[in-house]
Design a protein around this ligand. Sequence first.
Ligand code: AP5
Ligand code: MG
Length: 216
Amino acid sequence: MRLVLLGPPGAGKGTQAKLLRDHFHIPHISTGDILRQAVTDGSVLGKQAKEYMDRGELVPDSVINGIVKERLAAEDCRAGFLLDGYPRTVAQAETLETTLEHRGLVLDAAVNLQVPRAELVARLSGRRTCRRCGAMYHLRFNPPARDMICDRCGGDLYQRADDREETIEARMEVYDTQSAPLREHFREKGLLREVDGAKGSDEVFEQILGALRKAA
Ligand code: AP5
Ligand code: MG
């Protein structure tokens, strides 16, 4: 299974990706997670990416495409993969398609999570993430049992730097202008599967599985 998860910031891509990864036993490749790790590590990539991420802008295609290309060449991607947060521009989608084509592969589906704007903002401003294991919480929708402590591993929870109000607004604008056109791109290829992402997590997951069964 070779999948792409589309949707605006806060649509639940990361949340659903973890469920899909466990269901299909395929690697979850999140460009956002890769970049945040690089920032934490203080690598050259992290230093380059941080200023864009802090402003809510996209990291240049030339940087991102190389990272994904290298990741997709790894052994664990042979049986499939799930991309979360990539592609994010039509140019990235075309690069991905060319990369796959050279290896005789095609995408199976691009799942788009639709969520109203007000709900996205509420989700992002209440999101908390575990620094140690990456588990995701929400102060209102999925709170941890103990304040700012991960239920799963006991690690500290933190708020992402780009989840501040001004940056959320910038990210939404970037999504509207640069990423929303991807829906049309994948619709034309017959790969787009629209899902109502405003429902609870389990229901959204069932809808995605249903959409993929229909596509098969
Ligand atoms: P990235 O990390 O990809 O961020 P994003 O696309 O803005 O999306 P988020 O991770 O914020 O949201 P999500 O859809 O994963 O939602 P989540 O599951 O966490 O990118 C960050 C930055 O990196 C970009 O701005 C850019 O600078 C750079 N970047 C990354 N990829 C790039 C690329 N390809 N090209 C260029 N630059 C790139 O859920 C959100 C919250 O809602 C959580 O608290 C969760 O618990 C809660 N929640 C989830 N589902 C539900 C539900 N069904 N009901 C109630 N609450 C829910
Ligand atoms: Mg995410």
